[in-house]
Write a protein that binds this ligand. Structure first.
Ligand SMILES: C[S@@+](CC[C@H](N)C(=O)[O-])C[C@H]1O[C@@H](n2cnc3c(N)ncnc32)[C@H](O)[C@@H]1O
Length: 478
C-alpha cells in the first residue's frame, strides 16, 4: 500500500492546486483500515489538511468531461471538453500518435448525451469505473491505462468490503448469506433498500456493459482476447458500487441538482478519513468553486478541501476523523460495513413489537392511533422512549380517547399516563432484552468457532447496543 500511496501523491502533485499538510500520514489498522494520522507538530482549528483540485475528483462532471475527449458529439457547456482545445487534448490521449488503438473512442462515442444525462451519478460513476478500471486494462493487456489508475489502486479490496449485508444479499456467491437471518430488523430494512438500488442501477447500465463486453474483439481486432463472463461483470459492478457508496462525499453536482442521491464526488486522499461519532468537532469539508489558476484544469465542480474543526490535533499518531453523519450502527453496517462499539446514535425500531402488543381483534387501537397519525414508527434511543410509543401505550392501556387526544394536543402532561403505562412498558422492554440476549448468545457461540469473525462480531455489536439502550431505560424508570 505504501507504494500505491506514493503513486497517488505523485499523481495529485501534478496539479498546482493540490495541497497536503506536511504533518499527516496514512496509518493502517486492523480495525478500520487506512486512516489519516498526525505525524508531528499539531493541526488547529480551520487549518487546511488536504485540498484536492476539481480535476482529480471523480464525479458526474469530470466523467462527462473525460468521456467527451473520446466522443466528439458530446458537448455540454461548462462540463465537457472545450473543443477549441480539442487538438491539444487529442494528443494527450494518443490520437494521431502511433500508440495502441484505444477502444474508448469507439465505445464512448456510442453514448449519446441524452443517455448519459439520464443516468444517475451512481450509474454513470459505476459504469465508468467498470470500463476504466477493469474492462480496458483487461482487453488491452494493460497497454491502455486509465488516467484514474492511481486513485483506483488505493480503493478497498473485496475482502475489505465483505461485511456489507447488501453484498451478502446481492452476490449469488456470497459466503455470508446465512448471516442475513441474524440481522436486526433495521439493518435488514437497510439491506433491502440498498439491494433494490443496486439492482436498479445494474439494470440501467448492464445492457451497455454486456454489449461492449461482446463486441470488444471486433473493436480491437484481437482474437481470443480475454473477456469477462456476465456474472463476473456483475460481481465487479457490485464491488465498485460499494466502493463508491462507502467513499463518496456530499457535493452539489450542477447538472444533477434535483436528484438528491446524485450529489456526490469522490475525492482522493480525503477518502482515507475514517468516521467518528462525534459531530461538529473533527475535520470538516469545504467545496470552493473553480480557481482561475486552474485554467487548463478547468473541469469538474470545484476544489474540495478538508479543514480542521474545533478539535486540536496535537498528539503524535492520533487519528484525524470526519463525521459521516449522526448514524446508528444499523446504518453504518449497511452503508459502510462497520460498526462502532459505543455509538451514541444507536436506536431501536420496535414498531413491530409494539404493534404486536397493542393490536386487538377489533382494530380499535389501530383505528384510533391511525386517525391521529400515531400508528407505527416506534423508536427508542438512549435518551428517550419516543413520544409516539408513550401515546400508543397510553391509549392501549386506558382506551380513554378524550384524554389521549388532549395528551397529543399538549393539554395533558405525560405525567398523567406514565404511572399507568409503566408496567406494560417494563414488560415490553424486559421481553425485548430477553429476545435480544437469546440471539446474542447464539451469535457469540457461532463466533467462537467461525473462521471469519468480523461479520458476526459486527452484528453482535448491534445487539449489544440494543440491550444497552433497553437496560438503561429499565434501570432508570421513575
Ligand atoms: C471513506 S473510507 C475510509 C478509509 C478506509 N479506512 C480505507 O482503508 O480506505 C470508509 C471505510 O473505512 C472504514 N471505516 C471508517 N470509519 C471507521 C470506523 N470508525 N471504524 C471502523 N472502520 C471504519 C470502513 O470500512 C468504511 O467503509
Amino acid at each position: 500500500m505504501d507504494v500505491k500511496i506514493c503513486a497517488l501523491l505523485a499523481w495529485l502533485k501534478k496539479s498546482d492546486s493540490f495541497y497536503i499538510a506536511p504533518n499527516i500520514k496514512i496509518n493502517d489498522s486492523p480495525e478500520s483500515g487506512r486512516g489519516i494520522v498526525l505525524s508531528h507538530h499539531s493541526i488547529k482549528k480551520n487549518d487546511i489538511i488536504i485540498s484536492i483540485p476539481s480535476s482529480k475528483q471523480l464525479n458526474f462532471h469530470t466523467i462527462l468531461y473525460h468521456i467527451s475527449k473520446f466522443n466528439n458529439d458530446l458537448n455540454i457547456s461548462g462540463v465537457t471538453i472545450d473543443r477549441d482545445l480539442a487538438d491539444q487534448e487529442k494528443n494527450s490521449v494518443g490520437v494521431g500518435s502511433r500508440g495502441p488503438i484505444d477502444p474508448r473512442f469507439e465505445l464512448y462515442s456510442q453514448l449519446s448525451k441524452e443517455y448519459l444525462l439520464n443516468l444517475s451519478s451512481f450509474q454513470l460513476v459505476s459504469l465508468y469505473i467498470l470500463v476504466e478500471r477493469y474492462l480496458i486494462p483487461k482487453w488491452t493487456h494493460n497497454r491502455i491505462i486509465s488516467y484514474w489508475k492511481p486513485f483506483f489502486e488505493i480503493w478497498p479490496t473485496k475482502e475489505e468490503l465483505r461485511s456489507i449485508p447488501a453484498i451478502w444479499n446481492c452476490d449469488p456467491n456470497s459466503q455470508n448469506r446465512s448471516l442475513i437471518e441474524y440481522l436486526p430488523m433495521a439493518a435488514r430494512n437497510h439491506m433491502t433498500r440498498i439491494s433494490k438500488l443496486v439492482r436498479e442501477d445494474w439494470d440501467a447500465i448492464s445492457e451497455v456493459v454486456f454489449e461492449w463486453n461482446e463486441m470488444y474483439g471486433s473493436i480491437l481486432g484481437v482474437e481470443n482476447a480475454p473477456i469477462y463472463t456476465n456474472d463476473e461483470l456483475f460481481s465487479l459492478f457490485l464491488h465498485n458500487y460499494f466502493t463508491i457508496n462507502s467513499r463518496c462525499l456530499y457535493a452539489e453536482i450542477p447538472v444533477k441538482r434535483n436528484d438528491r442521491l446524485s450529489n456526490f464526488t469522490m475525492v482522493p486522499y480525503v477518502d482515507f478519513l475514517n468516521h467518528t461519532c462525534e459531530v461538529d468537532l473533527h475535520c470538516y469539508p469545504q467545496l470552493d468553486t473553480l480557481l482561475k489558476s486552474e485554467a487548463n484544469e478547468n473541469i469538474g465542480i470545484g476544489q474540495f478541501s478538508i479543514r480542521c474543526g474545533e478539535r486540536l490535533y496535537n498528539n503524535i499518531n492520533e487519528e484525524l476523523f470526519l463525521n459521516y453523519g449522526a448514524h446508528s450502527n444499523d446504518f453504518l453496517l449497511s452503508e459502510y460495513g462497520f460498526v462502532v462499539n459505543e455509538n451514541e446514535w444507536n436506536y431501536l425500531d420496535i414498531s413491530n413489537d409494539v404493534i404486536e402488543l397493542i393490536n386487538d381483534d377489533k382494530m380499535e387501537v389501530q383505528t384510533f392511533l391511525s386517525k391521529h397519525d400515531y400508528w407505527g414508527d416506534y423508536t427508542i434511543n438512549k435518551n428517550e422512549i419516543s413520544y409516539r410509543i408513550i401515546v400508543a401505550l397510553s391509549y392501549y392501556v386506558t382506551r380513554d380517547e378524550r384524554r389521549v387526544q388532549k395528551f397529543t394536543e399538549g393539554y395533558i402532561s405525560e405525567d398523567y399516563f406514565k404511572p399507568k403505562i409503566t408496567p406494560v412498558l417494563q414488560m415490553l422492554l424486559t421481553s425485548l432484552v430477553a429476545t435480544y440476549t437469546k440471539t446474542l448468545n447464539q451469535l457469540e457461540k457461532k463466533a467462537n468457532t467461525a473462521e471469519d469473525k468480523l461479520c458476526l462480531q459486527n452484528i453482535i455489536t448491534i445487539y449489544k447496543g440494543y440491550i444497552r439502550i433497553l437496560t438503561h431505560h429499565l434501570n432508570n424508570h421513575d
